[in-house]
Design a protein around this ligand. Sequence first.
Ligand SMILES: [Zn+2]
Length: 316
Amino acid sequence: MSFGKRLARLLVICFLPSVLAAQTAGYKPEWCKELPRPEYKTLQRVLPEEPWFEIYKFSQGVFAIYEPHQSEEVISYLIVGTKQGLLFDTGMGIGNIKSVVSRLTSRPVVVLNSHTHNDHVGDNWRFQFIYGMDTAFTRANAKGSREDAQAEITPDQICGELPVGFNSKTYATKPWRISLFVHDGFKVNLGGRTLEIISVPGHTPDAIALIDRQNGLLFTGDTYYPAPIWLYRPETDLDAYVASVKRLAALAPQIKLVLGAHNIPVASPDVLPRLVDAIQAVRSGKGEVKAEGAGKAMHTLDGFKFLLAEPKKGID
Ligand SMILES: [Zn+2]
């Protein structure tokens, strides 16, 4: 563990009691005050009694499964055809997404992850059939981990109530088994609807987008969503990211709707070519830059925000 990580952990341990006390006194984290996001007002909500997830129906067989009570505000998608369904990400693993899925469809469901960061694979372990990209990063993450998961449930990360029966002490990303390795161009026939994998490495080596060409839907994972895009972790490759967003931008004329994996599930396809311009301009030093603690900086340009690693100064 690096010195920085040790220090961060020590700070969490030192300040946790005071944050916990603050929470009992009606403490609300800053991000929580922005909720509910106005964009959701126009969407069709289903299963409104679900306590942890908010579920929205887009069209016949397309559902966004949103987790607004945790700061990642992660969004998983269930896409159902006449034969089977595909669950694109399984969320935090805080609520039981499998029980939600079984309320939305009685057909068999296969899991595919937009990438294998902990906030997208939390409930993989509950499913029998899981597609995985054939990368070392994917295989390493499939072993599970505790540290990233635990960092997601500190009081400043939670808005409202954790689900009844949730055990914060044992919370971890549980390991899962990959049933079949898949690749760029791999097609999944759901019956009356086909999804195709587009490999978009960059955010992580195993990042993918999913395209439903017939219905003009592009599911972009963490490669694009309408909120600050995190590109600071060591597994992020910015050159690869730029090449990948160029590939997605080329698809924009065929797309009606872009569905990302955090905060808000809808964006217009014209955002994709603008994203290419914005990330390239930011990399060439344009835009506004604000330090964001521990070696990160937020770069803002043309309505986009990118959280990037700051270049290392001197010897670490
Ligand atoms: Zn991610």
